[in-house]
Ligand binder design. Structure first.
Ligand code: ZN
Length: 308
């Protein structure tokens, strides 16, 4: 039996990279921790945002596709991405985001205070009051550190086959059932941060990939040795799993679970300081070695991202 400690990262498709970077750094107070390209499509960016130290469990990443069509949020996707903020901080966030013109909805789920909104490209997000350590929040953000995001609270998965998705999460990924409310099942991983997964128990109509939708959710593995065990474990559970891919900052494998959501398993090691210092994270365009020869061309094609 294997179990993951939680979400490693969540990757979504959005529109213009400048609007993307501005929202996640200036509105939400996350740090741009890596500016690289999509290794499978190097003419487009892959941007990573997280806490000061780029810790797994805090990392939301984006493929900004400037000319892509708007997608449709639905079954086979992460429907909502949730960030954790300290207790009694939602009034601060309500005021902050309202001042920036973000439409907001306040609600309560499983007795927790929740603030729901969308990013500029339609991606569904929420802030959940849940007390985790947030001392690693980005020090250069103007968000009051007392209220800063700790990392992911978790996510709500929209499944075309919830029963099958729940089975994958409990039998293959090692999550435990916590409870049910209003036809939503709550599950938890073995860790604390980025550990709570909610699943509506009624199937959700299939979504369409495009701007404003999540591409995949990645779960944590410790290191390369643990990742090999995960590869074996997932294959043994009859999923078509990809080969192990080197993503420079982590090793990755992918499989689509039977509710149609793309799952990745990613290692905590070697991490985001493998090609730049902690202080300089996100400042310059980083390329995997085989793409260095195209740097000049890529820097001309990719729209500049201004961080001020
Ligand atoms: Zn990924």
């Amino acid at each position: 039996m294997k179990n993951t400690t939680g979400i490693h990262h969540i990757t979504a498709i959005v529109g213009h990279p400048q609007e993307n970077a501005d929202f996640y750094t200036k509105s939400l107070g996350l740090r741009l921790i890596k500016k690289t390209v999509n290794f499978d499509d190097p003419h487009t960016y892959h941007l990573y945002f997280g806490d000061q130290q780029a810790n797994p469990g805090t990392i939301i990443t984006f493929f900004p596709w400037v000319e892509a069509e708007q997608g449709k949020i639905g079954g086979g996707q992460v429907g909502v991405t949730s960030f954790a903020v300290p207790a009694n901080s939602l009034s601060y966030w309500e005021k902050r985001l309202a001042e920036k013109g973000v439409p907001l909805t306040r609600t309560v789920r499983f007795s927790e205070q929740v603030l729901q909104f969308s990013d500029p490209h339609g991606l569904k997000l929420e802030l959940v009051e849940r007390s985790y350590d947030n001392s690693h929040s980005w020090s250069e953000s103007d968000v009051d550190p007392a209220y800063a995001i700790s990392g992911f609270a978790g996510a709500t998965l929209y499944s075309t086959n919830p029963e099958a998705t729940v089975e994958t999460l409990t039998e293959t990924m090692g999550l435990k059932k916590l409870g049910e409310e209003d036809r939503v099942l709550r599950l938890k991983t073995n860790g604390d941060l980025a550990s709570i997964i909610d699943i509506p128990l009624d199937p959700v109509m299939a979504g369409e990939m495009g701007v404003g939708t999540v591409h995949h959710i990645a779960w944590r593995a410790d290191d390369d040795a643990d990742h090999l065990k995960w590869h074996e474990h997932v294959s043994a559970n009859a999923y078509q799993v990809t080969d192990i891919k080197d993503r420079n900052y982590f090793k990755a494998l992918y499989f689509r679970e039977y509710g149609n959501i793309l799952f990745e398993i990613a290692t905590d090691t070697p991490g985001f300081t493998v090609d730049e210092s902690l202080e300089a994270l996100g400042e310059s365009l980083k390329l995997p070695e085989p793409l260095e020869k195209d740097r000049e061309n890529l820097e001309r094609i990719l729209p500049p991202i201004v961080q001020d």
